[in-house]
Ligand binder design. Structure first.
Ligand code: UD1
Ligand code: UDP
Length: 361
């Protein structure tokens, strides 16, 4: 079986790392082989947003490297669609594999479906019920086109069922949990991020934010930054690995300098996955608008505050690990004062979601 995998953005590299490993494992144990070829759309392209993941996580090199980053949603998705179609026409795979909710995912899905190539969607069924998020459109369209849908949680499966999608839907657990288990241990041995930042386990907070609905509104960014300026102290700073989009907007809103000069905030470049895992494991608290990081907070047993009004990972809120704070300064600080650990969540599988996906395929 020949599969073309389409990735382009940071979280997809991490998910693909786990599935590529499962494909390798399958090929070593079976005579019927899966050939996987990777298209990297170039949506993320900085060294520490892209290449670092391929080397750290030993992801097979892409067979095709496109340069479709930047631009508006339509421009980016359109460019990808044109280029991916050309590749698929030559490669003619049996299936196309996409992850999550990015523009790369939608472009890959559209290109494949027009050529009648079945689409496999990993991380199917997630919904925020907020169509202002570009990701919500991407995931709904992808789910309605895909031929095989792998859901990480029961809620995701229910979401699909409510939309009439019930065939070839498999609840397999979360490949991000597979990654957290595998790299959680490795990171402890390999990562030196705590000592290089001069921080100790339990005496710092970790924050990331990059969502368009936050960065593109000055009042949302200001609300978050004001909260961080209050929460971060010299003895327990906020570590802020800055997504390039966030960097651009902090500068544009004249907030960058205040953040850089505050002794309770350590602004750093985005880090590789093992370093991120170390930060997540040893932080006393995580503040984020990231989808993946909300769950990783739970995987590593760190309380989380989500800088959004809704989440696709409702079970983390119900279990008490995660609080929805939006971007209002007072609300974030109040959640900070109330942050606590929660209870066990029986949803993400047992660390073998990628193996299960390959065995179903
Ligand atoms: C994208 C995904 C989002 C995902 C996120 C993961 C969509 C619609 N959004 O959002 O679902 O959560 O990736 O991080 O697909 N930039 C750089 N260098 C890079 C990458 C981006 O400078 O390596 C800058 C560019 O100015 C770019 C901007 O960041 O225009 C936004 O990048 P983009 O990929 O469009 O959106 P993300 O916010 O990263
Ligand atoms: N991540 C990372 N380095 C960073 C920030 C994030 O390795 O500096 C990882 C993080 O651990 C998670 C994934 O990237 O696995 C999440 O990516 P992001 O927050 O960009 O996207 P989302 O999950 O919101 O789609």
């Amino acid at each position: 079986m020949k599969i073309v995998t389409i990735v382009g953005a940071r979280p997809q590299f991490i998910k693909a790392a786990m599935v590529s490993r499962a494909i390798d494992k399958h090929n070593n144990a079976n005579s019927s082989k899966i050939e996987e070829l990777i298209i990297h759309t170039g949506q993320h392209y900085d060294e520490n947003m892209s290449r670092i993941f391929f080397s750290d996580l030993r992801i097979p090199q892409p067979s095709w490297q496109l340069q479709c980053g930047n631009g508006s949603h339509g421009e980016m998705t359109g460019k990808m669609l044109i280029e991916i179609e050309k590749i698929l026409l030559k490669a003619m795979p049996d299936q196309v594999l996409v992850y999550g909710d990015t523009n790369s995912t939608l472009a890959g899905t559209l290109a494949a479906s027009k050529l009648h190539i079945p689409v496999i969607h990993i991380e199917a069924g997630l919904r925020s019920f907020n169509k202002m998020m570009p990701e919500e459109t991407n995931r709904i369209l992808t789910d309605h086109i895909a031929s095989f849908l792998f859901c990480p949680t029961s809620k995701a499966r229910e979401n699909l069922s409510r939309e009439g999608i019930t065939e070839n839907v498999f609840q397999v657990g979360d490949v991000m949990y597979d990654a957290a288990l595998l790299f959680g241990e490795k990171a402890e041995k390999k990562s030196t991020i705590l000592s290089s930042l001069g921080i100790k386990s339990g005496s710092f907070k970790l924050c990331t934010f990059h969502r368009e609905e936050n960065t593109n509104h000055i009042e949302h960014v200001t609300g978050i930054i004001k909260a961080l300026l209050t929460i971060g102290t010299v003895n327990s700073p906020v570590i802020l690995p800055l997504h390039p989009r966030t960097h651009t907007y902090l500068k544009a809103y004249n907030l960058l300098q205040a953040v850089q000069e505050h002794p309770g905030i350590h602004l750093i470049d985005p880090v590789g996955y093992p370093d991120m895992v170390m930060l997540e494991k040893h932080a006393s608290l995580i503040l984020t608008d990231s989808g993946g990081i909300q769950k990783e907070a739970y995987f590593h047993q760190t309380p989380c505050i989500t800088l959004r009004e809704e989440t696709e990972w409702e079970e983390t809120v119900l279990a008490g690990w995660n609080q929805l704070a939006g971007t209002d300064t007072e609300r974030i600080i109040s959640c900070y004062n109330n942050s606590k650990i929660g209870s066990y969540i029986d949803e993400y599988g047992s660390g073998n979601a990628a193996d299960k996906i390959i065995s179903y395929l």
